[in-house]
Design a protein. Sequence first.
Length: 413
Amino acid sequence: MSKTAVEKIFSEKSGNDVKAGDYVMANVDYVMVNDITGPIAVDAFNKLNMEAKSDKIIIIPDHFVPPKDVNSAIQYKTVKDFALKYNTNFYDIGKGGVCHQVMMEKGYAAPGRLIAGADSHTNTYGALSSISVGIGSTEAGVIFATGKMWFKVPETYKINLIGKPKDGIEGKDIILHILSKIKNGGAAYKCMEFSGDIKYIDINERMTMANMTTEAGAKCSFFDTDEKTIEYLNNRVIGDYSIIKSDDDANFEKVFNINMDEIENSIAIPNSPDNVKLISEVDTKIDQAYIGSCTNGRIEDIRKAALILKNHKINKNVRLMVVPASQEVYNQALKEGLIDIIVEAGGYFSGTTCGACLGGYMGVLGPDEICISSTNRNFIGRMGDKTSKVYLANPKIVAASSILGRIGTPEEI
């Protein structure tokens, strides 16, 4: 029987011949938690009185690192103590970063793997042809003990990418365009599979796109494996992996044909990621510009921003915050002199953290403040006060806007 990639992977991990809609008990390759979701997982695990599957467990503090107050310090200590007690994979401050970036950088995400993460943007690893799903913390605690979890095999939406994007069009523009078609929740519990002319999309941009399938409600995402995937994995991946692809005649619930060569620079306006306009239609004044997160905080994003910021100054009414997605990204930015360029322009370059993306700290918005951000969500109160507003765009547009003092494009600099 012909199968989609997600059906093939769940068949392999469950040891049964399964199809979309089936419920399975599947072996999980890795389970990931962070400093926020980890303590609840630890509590759930402790109630089971079982030994930990330490080699499958990855713990990555990222939401409130360094801890911002006593409560966050307690959460951090809880997951660190557990990691040290059971000798799990643990990425402490100065060694890790934002959990999804670390999972890919350190070689856990790879084709054919099934990964569960106690964070909604675990979908990101689909950029590397993994089936990676967001789960609850108590479910993570069960996987700590058993290495398994039940799943419903999702139906697949095929996103057929056609043509070559125009110069200056980023993965953020492409996924915002797709979200404007599918809408928030429009792919609820589906696998969003990207195929077609993916050769024109770099791995960094695929990660951005896979990351924001969460905003469509997708259970997971999946990009076909190609030469770019394998190049990224070389000297990085842990262990062997299996390249899995959907059969040509597999049963896709829906097929969306996306003409990439027709996509323009786009921006999601408040208060939803699917509320998308062309960047040329928006010129709102801003108080903050934010580049970072698991969506767009990679070295490629920072390079693009620095290229625009070089020999320019941030507008006097704007604060620019650049937050690298991992310590590896931070180190590379330092090596390349990118931090100097950003700081000389008047920007702030921080250590790696989720920080303001979730309205936690390090850039929280005050009443009526407006931010243009490279992150993934702009719901009411997402980055701070409920009267603040967040616009979502690619890092180049964010950088340009920080100079202009309003939402605009690099061509205006």
